[in-house]
Design a protein around this ligand. Structure first.
Ligand SMILES: [Zn+2]
Length: 455
């Protein structure tokens, strides 16, 4: 400690004051926090000295975009940026066109450092603030960021970074969708060999989100709109401690859109290509009865995937049929339902369909009951290819779309449906796309940063 204090500058009163705080710290947390403050100040000094050294190197000036003359230095100008270690300040050369063109001034060092002309906070700082905001409200994110960095940040600042980063994520996605639509296939995401050997599961669902009625205006009645979510994952098998085999998702990827089914379709197809739909040993589509989603399956995925209608959903339909045909209050209805459910589950869907067809011939069935039975029959008949549950079980595939639904709900529920929360369309979209970037493991790529300790 004393050796360190001798080595750092004695003429810097801030450093001397912080050194005293370190000496006076009693508890371990106090000591760590005091040293952390000191370390931040030393980090600022270090970064600033590197920047000052780089600023003094010869500058290679670009040409004026208007007249082509080489830009010329107008001398050193101060630059300030807020960073994870605190506020940074340095001087660097700026240049203008010697011919007096109206082109904006240039700062080659800013470009080398990856700084935009009016950027006031550094990328690693914004990235951390955005990462907090992916999970907690903006005000909480600002507080957490203040604790982590020792710099006070407003919730509005975090909100702005989220808007900018979310916009960037959306633009990248649109470019990828455009490329895929023009026939440029995206590269497949690399997979470990054992994961690549697992079946690929796809599914989609809709989740309601509370929006502000008129864009940014917070007044008025909440408008609920459906956000469509798709999930893609490799289906692993995992033995629990009690010896039971359960499905476990690997390489889970989500897509989502506040838009129509076609918008979802493009996103789902793009991600399916990335997740190796064309090379996966087996592909399954899991969904409940929603018609639009099965239409999407028919249009995009039948050539690759086996469709599975959620078993619990199919069973619900059976109960509807039983209740209409045999009167839901009777034990007859319950008895037929259990028997039909059992047969459906164990590979006899045609027997169940035959029973329902017979019910349609029963004389004296009231017309409304007959309509219901007919609807249930038509529904199961339409999904005949998707209700071979015994086969799916044998292949080790799930019978329900529960994991699809829970992934979809989690994406939205955890962050967008807190008490009193209502979203503008832009605000929602930007945060949604950042959340997707996070969940899909593409955060560091979006911010062009290596953040993980061992990366
Ligand atoms: Zn010029």
């Amino acid at each position: 400690m004393l050796c360190l204090s001798d080595n750092i500058r004695h003429d810097d009163p801030l450093v001397q004051r912080l050194l005293c705080t370190v000496e006076e710290a009693h508890t371990l947390p106090e000591l760590v926090l005091a040293v952390w403050s000191l370390a931040r100040v030393l980090a600022i000094r270090l970064v600033e000295s590197v920047l000052a050294e780089r600023a003094r190197r010869p500058t290679s000036w670009p040409r004026c975009p208007q007249c082509g003359a080489c830009m010329r230095s107008k001398g050193f100008v101060k630059r300030q940026v807020l960073s994870l270690v605190g506020p940074l300040q340095w001087q660097r050369r700026v240049g203008r066109c010697p011919q007096g063109c109206e082109t904006p001034q240039v700062a080659p060092l800013d470009d080398e450092l990856g700084l935009q002309p009016h950027q006031r906070t550094s990328g690693e700082f914004q990235s951390l603030g955005c990462a907090f905001a992916v999970f907690v409200p903006f005000a909480t994110a600002a507080t957490l960021l203040g604790w982590a960095s020792g710099v006070a940040v407003s919730p509005q600042a975090v909100w702005k970074w989220v808007q900018a980063a979310g916009q960037r994520a959306m633009e990248q996605l649109h470019a990828q969708l455009q490329a895929a639509a023009e026939g440029h296939l995206p590269p497949e995401e690399p997979l470990a060999a054992e994961v690549a050997a697992m079946p690929l599961a796809l599914g989609a669902d809709g989740v309601m989100v509370p929006f502000r009625p008129e864009g940014g205006d917070p007044r008025g009645k909440t408008a609920w709109h459906e956000v469509k979510v798709g999930v893609l994952a490799r289906l692993g098998r995992h033995r629990t401690r009690t010896g039971e085999m359960v499905a476990r998702l690997h390489q889970r990827r989500l897509v989502a859109v506040f838009g129509d089914i076609e918008a979802l379709q493009g996103r789902l197809w793009l991600e399916a290509l990335r997740q190796g739909i064309r090379s996966a040993p087996q592909v399954v589509w899991l969904s409940d009865g929603a018609r639009g989603l099965w239409g999407l399956f028919e249009e995009c995925f039948t050539a690759y995937a086996m469709g599975i209608l959620d078993f619990y959903h199919a069973a619900q339909q059976l109960w509807k049929g039983a209740a209409a045909w045999l009167d839901g209050r009777t034990s007859n209805a319950r008895r037929w339902f259990s028997w039909a459910r059992h047969r459906l589950r164990h590979g006899k869907p045609d027997g169940v369909l035959a029973d329902l067809a017979d019910a349609l011939d029963v004389e004296g069935l009231p017309p409304t009951a007959r309509d219901t039975v007919r609807t249930v029959y038509a529904y199961l008949q339409r999904h005949r290819e998707h209700i071979d549950y015994a086969k799916y079980k044998e292949l080790g595939l799930p019978l329900g779309s529960g994991m699809v639904e829970s992934a979809c709900k989690w994406l939205i529920q955890q962050r967008f449906k807190g008490v009193g929360m209502r979203w503008s369309e832009d605000g929602f979209n930007h945060l949604l796309h950042l959340r997707l970037v996070w969940i899909n493991g593409r955060w560091e790529a979006l911010f062009d940063l290596a953040l993980s300790p061992n990366s």
